[in-house]
Design a protein. Structure first.
Length: 278
């Protein structure tokens, strides 16, 4: 029996609505194969703390943030470890681990965010915020706002770039880039690796504990889709990202090591140190 055109149209619309509703349930619950390689996630701004209670602002590609398109974003505040687990440095101006807890604040039109990372008991917290067009937003840690601060602006128009999420490591080739070391002499090669949230630093097969001051070629191998490799110079107020949180692959950079105690860590792992002597 042939159904009238109007009846067929109503049935098609009903089936379409049911399929759409089912897809929404699958995505929201993570059931079946709703999430797979090539899916998308909300764009994220990362506020990545160093052990000296300062932070940098980076995007999904690991690049420093100065201006973004207006719209909805995740705000991801991260510390190298739960600062509340660190011993109190005692009286004085030592701001190691923010003296137990960050006092992170992000303000601007429509945004008034504050967190202590549950009094220093958590190392990663994610919030959802909407950034308005043609605005300025200021981030600071109230433990030392004159030192730990940063800002970014929003464009008058545009839409946020939605990152592609690769689950299970993906099947594509890892991103590979090589930075030219240059003509200046290097004292050696240091291998930096991050895998499973754990950073390692080796040279000639041995864990780095002491190096002579000078210029070195750092070869970074990042196998972790959720962790990056950060390094902090003795007198720096903010860490240098050798590998962004979302970067997977291998590349090289040249770093001039100055005398003193250097720190390195991943955003998910514990902190490590090595010394550079004159």
């Amino acid at each position: 029996m042939t159904l009238p055109m109007a009846t067929r149209a109503r049935r098609f619309a009903t089936l379409t609505a049911l399929a759409t509703a089912l897809a929404a349930v699958l995505v929201s619950t993570g059931s079946g194969a709703a999430l797979r390689s090539g899916a998308t996630a909300a764009p994220t701004l990362y506020f990545v703390y160093a052990m000296n209670c300062t932070f940098t602002i980076v995007d999904d590609s690991g690049k420093s943030v100065t201006a973004i398109a207006p719209g909805h974003y995740q705000v991801d505040v991260r510390t190298p470890l739960a600062f509340g687990t660190m011993p109190n440095p005692g009286p004085g101006t030592d701001m190691t681990a923010c003296r137990g807890a960050p006092q992170f604040q992000l303000t601007g039109p429509g945004v008034d965010l504050f967190t202590t990372m549950t009094a220093g008991c958590e190392s990663d917290k994610v919030f959802t915020e909407t950034f308005q067009p043609s605005a300025t937003y200021v981030a600071q840690d109230l433990n030392q706002p004159s030192v730990a601060h940063g800002s970014f602006t929003t464009l008058a128009s545009g839409t946020p770039i939605i990152p592609t999420v690769t689950y299970g490591g993906g099947k594509g080739k890892p991103e590979i880039s090589t930075d030219i070391v240059g003509s200046l002499a290097v004292l050696g090669t240091v291998n930096a690796t991050v895998s499973g949230g754990k950073p390692t630093l080796t040279t000639k097969g041995k864990t780095v504990s002491t190096l002579k001051a000078g210029r070195y070629k750092f070869t970074i191998t990042d196998r972790d889709t959720k962790a990056g490799f950060m390094i902090l110079a003795p007198t720096s107020k903010a860490p240098t990202s050798l590998s962004g949180v979302k970067f997977v692959g291998r590349h090289s950079v040249a770093i001039k090591l100055t005398t003193g105690k250097w720190t390195y860590y991943s955003n998910l792992g514990t902190i490590h140190y090595f010394r550079v002597t004159g």
